[in-house]
Design a protein around this ligand. Structure first.
Ligand SMILES: [Ca+2]
Ligand SMILES: [Ca+2]
Ligand SMILES: [Ca+2]
Length: 410
């Protein structure tokens, strides 16, 4: 019985650990619980006992009870949702879930002042509107970004109304407001879950950009697409014209499709995607284009990623001549988790190629970044150490960097 009690304890910990942790981590917990059941370390009765104890601690539901989950998958999904709900604060109207991210850097720069930086100090408020989970809101602010870049007009990052579970369009949602453009994998990836302290050159030049607009997202296990229409003037800016711009991304997961047809092959996870941005010529407004490709593969301890993007027309909306410069770049990276001997430690390496202007010679840059990540509590608490070697195509500048970063997310 000693073993079973221990296993039930582990199962409870796994269930509780879902709080505040990414869905990927939640998926791992599910898999571990299933493994415990499969290995006979915990029975379904004991799972029921943990569920019962949790249910006793849940506030009484104010809405009519939904149909009780039947299959193991449904029960685990409900358990995960109930645990997630425990971090929700019930406010006057609807719900509020508070989240945050703090990143601090010690930054050695070969060509600039060495310094300490508050890289991010994000506070996120999100929840259901009037307690109806079809309607959601998100507000995210970051006061440190204004300190870093005084051209920003406001601490506001995200301000989103989401209509989820669209009628007549299953698997779809609509986001209205200000949020990230659906461009590049790395740009869209949460700043808490980056493999390096800083995004790649294309990831931060073309990706990680916010604008105000409306976007439709469709999501299935094997494909996700986003299609949005945006002002085109950028974060915290009023639109300068009538013109609206389009941004889109589609990602397919071919190995998921194999799973769906019943294949037992364990081939890892593969994602292939395309993203782009289009502002057509209109009146006195000039072209703006982005087009990029991405590939990501994870198998056991190994993670590989590659992205390419080109962009044309980076001039402001009130430019009087068309900017025909083409900037383009790509990066390739590999990460390895040193499990089983040190599962919290990852080694990462990234090579980048960046040409800010195709029409200008000798202005390319090739960067090599080598890093170590120590995940104290996955991405919720981690330490990162990166060395960035910046190699200029023209005259070499001694501008290598060493970044020591710590982050806490809740
Ligand atoms: Ca516009
Ligand atoms: Ca060039
Ligand atoms: Ca250099």
């Amino acid at each position: 019985m000693g073993v079973n009690r221990w296993a039930v304890g582990i199962a409870s910990c796994l269930v509780w650990s879902v709080i505040g942790v990414s869905s990927a981590a939640a998926g791992e917990s599910d898999a571990l619980i299933k493994l415990l059941i499969k290995k006979g370390l915990i029975t379904e009765q004991e799972l029921a006992q943990v569920e019962g104890e949790l249910a006793a601690q849940q506030p009484k539901a104010t809405q009519p009870a939904a149909e009780a989950p039947k299959t193991l998958e449904e029960r685990l999904a409900k358990l995960e949702k109930d645990v997630g709900d425990k971090s929700v604060i019930h406010v006057g109207q609807g719900t509020l879930k508070l989240g945050g991210l703090v990143q601090g850097w010690a930054f050695w720069d070969g060509n600039d002042n060495d310094r300490f930086r508050i890289r991010r100090a994000e506070l996120k408020f999100a929840g259901d509107i009037l307690g109806d989970e079809r309607f959601k809101y998100t507000i995210m602010i970051d006061p440190s970004q204004v300190q870093e870049d005084n051209t920003r007009r406001s601490v506001l990052q995200d301000a989103i109304f989401t209509i989820d579970h669209l009628p007549f369009l299953p698997h779809h949602k609509v986001d209205l407001g200000q949020y990230k453009l659906p461009i590049t994998e790395e740009g869209l990836r949460s700043s808490a879950k980056l493999d390096f302290a800083e995004r790649s050159l294309i990831g931060r030049t073309f990706g990680d950009q916010r604008d105000i607009g409306a976007m439709l997202t469709g999501e299935w296990p094997y494909v996700t697409y986003q299609l949005g229409v945006f002002n085109g003037s950028g974060q915290n800016q009023a639109d300068r014209d009538d013109q609206k711009d389009l941004a889109a991304r589609i990602v397919v997961r071919p190995l998921k499709a194999l799973e769906l047809i019943g294949s037992e092959l364990k081939l890892g996870q593969l994602e292939l995607g395309i993203s782009g941005y289009h502002r057509p010529v209109h009146g006195s407004t000039f072209n703006k284009k982005r087009l990029g490709y991405e590939a990501r593969y994870e198998y056991q301890n190994l993670a590989l990623k590659w992205e390419y993007m080109f962009g044309q027309g980076t001039a402001s909306g009130n430019a009087t001549t068309e900017n025909t410069n083409k900037a383009l770049g790509w990066y390739a990276q590999a990460g390895y988790t040193f499990a089983p001997w040190c599962p919290n430690l990852q080694g990462v390496i990234r090579f980048e190629n960046w040409d800010p202007n195709e029409l200008v010679s000798l202005d390319k840059e090739h960067d090599l970044t080598v890093g170590l990540n120590y995940l104290i509590a996955k991405h919720n608490a981690k330490v990162q150490l990166d060395w960035v070697h910046k190699d200029e195509q023209g005259d070499e500048i001694g501008n290598d960097q060493v970044i020591g970063a710590f982050q806490y997310a809740f």
